[in-house]
Design a binder for this molecule. Structure first.
Ligand SMILES: Nc1ncnc2c1ncn2[C@@H]1O[C@H](COP(=O)(O)OP(=O)(O)OP(=O)(O)O)[C@@H](O)[C@H]1O
Ligand SMILES: [Mg+2]
Length: 222
């Protein structure tokens, strides 16, 4: 599914260069469920954003489904991102003026699909997430767990081959976190969706097929 070799990322502030990723090698197979752990500031989100084509490495190689990412321009990258990758973040990033079902359908707007089809596909995803009865509500009328379910439905609606989740339960209490993690485990086990998930919770990481720890921009155990 994805292969990364000798990946580096640094940020430049004036004349100072701050290295964040310092030579990452990573292989994720189709159907994998990988948890990335590591202290705050170790570079987890930076790596996730590069994997998700939201950011570019300073150097190194990255293949997504056997295609080397460096060959694509920004428009092509945006299209690949829209088709192949679903994102879930700690702070759900739902559009406040849109209803749950409209939020879910948002990624499909750019795909030339009819309104009716978008609505019905979005409703199917909300049903799957167990919140179809909340379809017409706006995000501020939903609980944190419900909002994250909407965000997961939105991540899945375009049938991506890869789900990237950056601390998806970071803003949720223990009980709701468990429900959300169980949803990810089901998606991986029942539907074979490849998932890379950042978490601070060792219990969550242990439930995943693979888990690795990042320390100062490199994997300390792999
Ligand atoms: N856009 C940016 N510009 C400059 N520095 C950045 C930028 N994004 C991240 N950094 C720096 O890179 C380092 C790694 O950040 P990153 O967000 O990847 O950490 P993280 O492992 O996800 O941490 P956390 O667990 O707190 O989310 C930090 O020192 C951060 O300050
Ligand atoms: Mg982070």
């Amino acid at each position: 599914m994805l292969k990364i070799r000798k990946l580096y990322k640094s940020y430049t502030f004036g004349s100072t260069i701050v290295p964040v990723l310092r030579g990452i090698d990573l292989d994720v197979q189709t159907g994998d469920l990988l948890a990335i752990m590591g202290t705050s500031g170790s570079g987890k989100s930076t790596l996730m954003n590069i994997i998700g084509l939201l950011d570019k490495p300073t150097r190194g190689q990255y293949w997504l489904e056997h295609k080397e990412i460096i060959r694509y321009n920004d428009d092509e990258l945006a299209a690949i991102r829209n088709q192949k990758i679903g994102f879930v973040f700690q702070s759900f990033y739902l559009l406040p003026r849109f209803s749950a079902v409209e939020n879910v359908g948002y990624p499909l707007i750019y795909r030339g699909i009819s309104q009716k089809e978008i609505h019905s596909r979005s409703m199917i995803m909300l049903e799957k997430m167990g919140i179809a009865d909340r379809a017409k509500h706006r995000p501020n009328e939903l609980s944190g767990g419900q909002q994250q379910r909407v965000a997961i439905a939105r991540a899945l609606v375009g049938k991506p081959s890869l789900i990237l989740a950056d601390e998806p339960t970071g803003a949720l209490d223990t009980h709701v976190s468990k429900e959300i993690i169980d949803l990810f485990l089901d998606l991986n086990q029942q539907e074979g969706i490849t998932i890379v998930l950042i978490t601070h919770d060792p219990k969550v990481a242990k439930q995943c097929k693979h888990h690795i720890t990042m320390e100062d921009g490199v994997f300390s155990c792999y």
